[in-house]
Write a protein that binds this ligand. Structure first.
Ligand code: GLU
Length: 350
């Protein structure tokens, strides 16, 4: 690898270096919980250890789920924890023009189509994939003939916009989970980029944002590995001039897109004390409750550093203490999901 604070990129045959740009990307749907802090600490460490910038993006695109004031609680919690970011926060809700432009470009190039299916129709027509409940769109509206499609649009029939995914593989190298390969059509399927209620989908907003904000260091939960493949595909569709990120692969004669100059670090998930996935409704682990109980910022950071395998025991520490000795090696070696032990987090002996 080159210098740690730069990402190398090929441009006109010359290697050029770009500074590392990471992001904190909270959804303001409620108070943060310990799993959100764990991911934020990891993103902070990744950018700071590279001497890079860390942007704050408030992901408030799903307006029905946004809680008023949650953005301010989140920023207050980040400041209290010592996870500082650079520059002004960016709000997705103010970036509609960029998403409109992206959707327009994709539509002009025939890469998206209107989908008139209801959720129930899709569920009835598809089989869930890989046991995780992920539903692959069966392609019903991709097969509509052009006249029928135009007639339904002209009649004002409610529709979303889906991107058409080809039989092509996306490959990327994850910092923790190693080489990844997803077959777009078979494992992901045609995906909604604009919902039928007119809101932009997470997948489009995040791809446009990471691209336009110059983000090249993405750190988030392993539940988004599949989304990374999709986002890389959408990205390559939005930047068709980046031909060096699309190359031919011998396998199945398919063309592959690869991650080019972005680094991806996916993290094991944190379970609740009963071994179930942490959810925002688990109030016991939310920062409002922990702060009210008098649990210190250092204890929360030290616990998250332990979840990230960065320290042998959960002991109170600051983000700078964790940074001093930071490396992903231990997490790469052991990345089983971990339960959150409430007593250990609160500093009670186990
Ligand atoms: N807003 C998302 C979340 O809070 C982050 C998704 C991402 O990192 O791309 O889970």
């Amino acid at each position: 690898m080159g210098k740690r604070n730069e990402r190398n990129e090929l441009n006109d045959g010359n290697i050029i270096a770009r500074p590392v740009v990471g992001r904190l990307a909270p959804s303001p749907t409620g108070r943060m919980h310990i799993g959100n802090v764990y991911a934020a600490l990891a993103a902070w460490l990744s950018a700071r250890s590279a001497g890079g910038r860390l942007m704050l993006r408030i992901e408030d695109i799903d307006t029905p789920r946004v809680r008023p004031d949650a953005d301010r609680w989140i920023m207050d919690d980040f400041a209290w924890l010592g996870l500082e970011w650079d520059g002004d926060p960016v709000y997705q809700s103010q970036r509609g023009d960029l998403y409109d432009q992206a959707l327009h470009d994709l539509r002009e190039r025939g890469l998206i189509y209107p989908c008139f299916c209801s959720r129930a129709e899709i569920r009835a027509a598809s089989a869930p994939q890989e046991g995780d409940g992920y539903v692959i769109y069966p392609g019903t509206c991709a097969r509509l003939d052009a006249d029928e499609r135009e007639a339904r649009l002209a009649a004002g029939k409610r529709h979303s916009w889906r991107c058409r995914l080809p039989r092509r593989a996306i490959e990327f190298d994850d910092t923790i989970y190693g080489p990844q390969r997803y077959d777009l059509a078979r494992q992901i399927g045609d995906t909604v980029l604009r919902r039928s209620d007119g809101l932009y989908a997470y997948q489009l907003a995040v791809t446009v944002d990471d691209l336009t904000m110059g983000v090249n260091d993405v750190v988030r939960g392993r539940d988004l590995l599949r989304s990374t493949a999709l986002q890389l595909w959408i990205r390559s569709m939005l930047t068709p001039e980046d031909v060096d990120s699309v190359h031919n692969s011998g396998d199945f004669g398919q063309q592959n897109a690869s991650s080019g100059d972005i680094a991806f670090t996916h993290l094991p998930l944190i379970d609740d004390p009963h071994g179930k996935r942490l959810a925002k409704r688990d109030r016991a682990l939310d920062l409002g409750v922990l702060r009210e109980e008098g649990v210190s910022a250092e204890r929360i950071i030290g616990y998250c550093a332990w979840l990230l395998r960065l320290v042998p025991e959960p002991a109170p520490m600051t983000p700078d203490d964790v940074l001093a000795d930071f490396s992903w090696n231990a997490l790469r070696d052991d990345h089983a999901d971990r339960p959150c032990d409430l007593d250990a987090l609160r500093g009670k002996t186990r």
